[in-house]
Design a protein around this ligand. Structure first.
Ligand code: PMV
Length: 387
C-alpha cells in the first residue's frame, strides 16, 4: 500500500483566461497571469492511496463519495497513467479523498486548487517527474497555475498537442512580500453558468472577445508582467482592474449575456475607485472571476486604512462569523478620510451583505505532507471520518 498527501493553493488571475481554442486539450486563446495564494489560509488537501486490496477506484470530495465517471477527472487519470507506465503498482486501484479548508461552495474557486492537488499527489504516488502543470490544465484550465507559487504565467502555447501550454513562475512570493489579498465573499451559492459553458458561449457570440484576443491581451500581459517584476503597484493595479472590467464587459457582450457580477459587486468597485481618488493614488485593485465575489490586491502598508474604510462602509463586516487569515487588529478608521470619501454607512444601495472576509497573502505553492496522522484516508483506504 502506498499513500501520498498534498496540499495545494487557490490562485486568482490578474490577467484573465477566458476562451478556449481547443476544448479537449483545454488550450486557451490568450496567456493569463495569476497570484498563488498562501496555503496557510486557503487550501485543498488530497490524499491518494493505492493498494492491491482495493476492488475499484473510489473518490470522496468534502466528505461525500463522488462518481469517478467525471470526464475531466478521467482525462487527468489517463494522462497520469500514461506517464507512469513503468510504475510497478499501476494495475492497483486507487482511492482519493479531498477536502477544502474553506466552506464548501463559499464562492471561492476550488477546482483550480482541487485539480492541482490531485495531479501533484498522483504524480508523487507514481514517481512521475517533469512538467505537471499541463496535466492539471486538462482537469481545469486555471488549475495549471496553482501548481506553482508566487506570480505565475500560463502561456497559451502554439503546439497543436498543447505540450507548450504550461504555467511558469514569473517571480516567487518573496519577490513582493508586501502584497496582500482581501477576499470579500458576497454570495456563497454555486454560479449559475459554470465558467466552461460561459467561455464557450463568449467564444461563439462575443465580438468583443475577438477584439481582446487580437488587440488587447498580449500588450497588457507584457505590461503587467513588467509591473510585477518592477514592483510597480500602480501599473499592476490599473491593468488588473481593467482586465477584470473587460472580462465582465465581454460577458455582457455574450449572447445571451452572462451576469457574474451583481449590484453589490459594483458597489465594491465604486468604493475602491472612490478610495483611490480620495487618497490620490491607486492603492487598491479589485478583480472578479465568474462570480460576484471581490478579490482585492493591496500593499500591506495600506491594509489598516482600507480595512477601516470597509468596516465604516459595511459595519456588519465586524459581525460576520467567518473571517479568517492574517490578523485584522490594526484597523484604522479615519474620520477625515471617511468625510473626504463621503461614505454614508447604511445608505449604500443596495446594502452589501458580506458573508465572509479572508485577508491573506501570496504563497510558495503546493506542498507534500509526510506525517501519516495528517492523511485523509485510514489504513483501510476509507476517509478518516467515515462511518
Ligand atoms: O479554469 P476554469 O475553467 O475554472 O476558468 C477560470 C476562469 C476565470 O476564473 C474567470 C479566469 C481565470 O483566469 O482564472
Amino acid at each position: 500500500m502506498y499513500t501520498v498527501t498534498c496540499i495545494a493553493p487557490v490562485n486568482i488571475a490578474v490577467l484573465k483566461y477566458w476562451g478556449k481554442k481547443d476544448e479537449e486539450l483545454i488550450l486557451p486563446v490568450n496567456d493569463s497571469i495569476s497570484a498563488t495564494l498562501d496555503t496557510d489560509h486557503l487550501f485543498t488537501k488530497t490524499t491518494v492511496m493505492t493498494s492491491e486490496n482495493f476492488k475499484e477506484d473510489r473518490m470522496w470530495l468534502n466528505g461525500q463519495e463522488e462518481n469517478m465517471e467525471n470526464c475531466r477527472l478521467q482525462r487527468c487519470l489517463t494522462e497520469i497513467r500514461k506517464r507512469a507506465k513503468h510504475s510497478k503498482h499501476l494495475q492497483w486501484k486507487i482511492h482519493i479523498c479531498s477536502e477544502n479548508n474553506f466552506p464548501t461552495g463559499a464562492g471561492l474557486a476550488s477546482s483550480a486548487a482541487g485539480y492541482a492537488c490531485l495531479v501533484l499527489a498522483l504524480a508523487k504516488l507514481y514517481e512521475i517527474k517533469g512538467e505537471l502543470s499541463s496535466i492539471a490544465r486538462i482537469g481545469s484550465g486555471s488549475a495549471c497555475r496553482s501548481v506553482i507559487g508566487g506570480f505565475v504565467k500560463w502561456s497559451m502555447g502554439s503546439l497543436p498537442d498543447g505540450s507548450d501550454s504550461i504555467a511558469k513562475q514569473i517571480v516567487p512570493a518573496s519577490h513582493w512580500p508586501e502584497m496582500r489579498v482581501i477576499i470579500l465573499v458576497l454570495d456563497d451559492t454555486r454560479k449559475k453558468v459554470p465558467s466552461s459553458i460561459g467561455m464557450r458561449r463568449s467564444m461563439e457570440t462575443s465580438d468583443m472577445l475577438k477584439l481582446r484576443i487580437n488587440y488587447v491581451v498580449s500588450d497588457r500581459a507584457k505590461r503587467i508582467e513588467r509591473a510585477i517584476i518592477e514592483k510597480d503597484f500602480e501599473t499592476f493595479a490599473i491593468c488588473t482592474m481593467k482586465d477584470s472590467n473587460q472580462l465582465h464587459a465581454i460577458c455582457m457582450d455574450t449572447y445571451p449575456p452572462l451576469f457574474y457580477m451583481n449590484e453589490e459587486s459594483r458597489a465594491i468597485v465604486d468604493l475602491v475607485h472612490t478610495y483611490n481618488e480620495t487618497v490620490k493614488k491607486v492603492q487598491v485593485a479589485y478583480t472578479f472571476d465568474a462570480g460576484p465575489n471581490a478579490v482585492l490586491y493591496l500593499l500591506e502598508e495600506n491594509v489598516p486604512e482600507f480595512l477601516g474604510v470597509l468596516l465604516y462602509a459595511y459595519p456588519e463586516i465586524g459581525k460576520i462569523e467567518y473571517c479568517k487569515g492574517l490578523p485584522r487588529d490594526n484597523i484604522l478608521i479615519s474620520q477625515e478620510l471617511n468625510k473626504a470619501m463621503n461614505i454614508k454607512p447604511h445608505e449604500i444601495s443596495p446594502p452589501v451583505r458580506i458573508k465572509c472576509m479572508i485577508h491573506t497573502k501570496l504563497g510558495d505553492g503546493p506542498k507534500y505532507i509526510i506525517q501519516p496522522e495528517n492523511h485523509l484516508l485510514n489504513q483501510k483506504g476509507l476517509p478518516i471520518n467515515h462511518v
